[in-house]
Design a protein around this ligand. Structure first.
Ligand code: 8ID
Ligand code: ZN
Length: 346
């Protein structure tokens, strides 16, 4: 059996190609998923560019949603017809100190979809059944694809920020992750939200999604405005792909504030030691979410509290989508529709 897949090209300079591949037979504990939708995350762009190591030929994608069409021996939790996720947390060892203490995303022998394992940006994907999270009834599958990374990552990030109802949370970056982060922070955690970006269109969208204040960091000093208007945010979550945003986040929080780092630009941030020590600032990284976090994030989507904005595109558009993301042109999320029936000849 064959599948079509979006893979990192041989040059590993940020471009992708659509290829045909064989689908291998299933092994013990695995399931075959016929993918319906897969979102394009900025992490896919980092992987395609070799930002964390070169992976030519890797099938990308960790915002996959599809239907189980085959199960191998040893699969207990899934049956044919179930709708499941293909997430960045593709498979952990299941027995180390991280896997056993609710921190499975930090497992040292983890496999990540679309990076160290072939991912969901394809018509088919073989998954480890134990790590496929079921999509609840009532959640649109294309919207579920966005929650599989962008949603769960920002849901977890806001959780890690410790923000409480009525407090101020600064969301740096209002792209694919940030706009969902605004929604989780506002609608699920009851925070007051400031969205910061360098693109007015994305800020207008963040405002529509519930941001109380929006700031264009290309035109104003975001940290200064936040300190003036709120007395300093209680927490900041950084999804922007820029060191400048991380530095601003440290400056925008009040004493005792926490900065949660999510964006992954391959560079270092500045940390003033007196600022960290004298003002008791915490800076902490947060990586996607556990299977339990994803189950929770899905449920808030199914209940209509969080509504991802998705635009469906055919698989042939993948190279163009990567280019649009590189140029910062995407509002919401571009989602590849693996069964695109748009009427065009592809
Ligand atoms: O688990 C994780 N930690 C995780 C999970 C998923 C994604 C981390 N990520 C990382 C991605 O690898 C990427 O580095 O989060 C980052 C954001 O992913 P995304 O939301 O999918 O990217 P996007 O849609 O391109 O949005 C990025 C936004 O940042 C803004 C851009 O305008 C865009 O809206 N931005 C930039 I670039 N520079 C900015 C700045 N200086 C800025 N916003 C504010 N200030
Ligand atoms: Zn992602």
């Amino acid at each position: 059996m064959k599948m079509r897949a979006v893979v990192v090209n041989q040059a590993v300079e940020g471009d992708v190609e659509v290829v045909e591949r064989d689908i291998r037979p299933l092994e013990f504990g695995e399931a075959l998923v016929e993918v319906e939708y897969c979102g394009v995350c900025h992490t896919d762009l980092h992987v395609a560019a070799g930002d964390y190591g070169e992976k030519p030929g890797r099938v990308l994608g960790h915002e996959g949603i599809g239907l189980v069409t085959q199960v191998a021996d040893g699969v207990k939790n899934l049956k044919i017809g179930d709708r499941v996720s293909i997430a960045w947390l593709f498979k952990g060892c299941g027995s180390c100190e991280y896997c056993n203490t609710g921190r499975e995303t930090l497992c040292r022998s983890v496999l990540n979809a679309g990076y160290t394992a072939d991912g969901g940006m394809a018509t088919h994907c073989i998954v480890d059944a134990d790590y496929a999270v079921k999509v609840p009834d009532g959640l649109d599958p294309a919207q579920a694809s966005s929650i599989t990374c962008a949603g769960v990552t920002t849901y977890k990030g806001v959780k890690v920020s410790g923000v409480r109802p009525g407090q101020w949370l600064a969301m740096y970056g209002a792209g694919g992750l940030g706009n969902l982060g605004v929604q989780y922070a506002k609608k699920v955690f009851g925070a007051h939200v400031i969205a910061i970006d360098i693109n007015d269109g994305k800020l207008a969208f963040a405002k529509e999604m519930g941001a109380d204040i929006v700031i264009n960091a290309a035109k104003e000093d975001a940290a200064k405005v936040i300190q003036e208007k709120t007395g300093g945010a209680h927490a900041a979550v950084v999804t922007a792909v820029s060191k400048a945003a991380f530095n601003s986040a440290v400056d925008c929080v009040r004493a005792g504030g926490r900065v949660v780092a999510i964006g992954l630009p391959p560079e270092s941030m500045d940390l003033s030691i007196p600022r960290i020590v004298l003002d008791g600032i915490e800076v902490v990284g947060s990586l996607v979410g556990t299977r339990k976090d994803l189950e929770e994030a899905f449920q808030f989507g199914a209940e209509g509290l969080v509504v991802p904005l998705v635009q469906k595109r055919p698989i042939e558009d993948a190279p163009a989508i990567f280019q649009e993301m590189r140029e910062g042109k995407i509002t919401g999320r571009m989602v590849i529709d693996m069964k695109c029936a748009c009427g065009h000849n592809h």
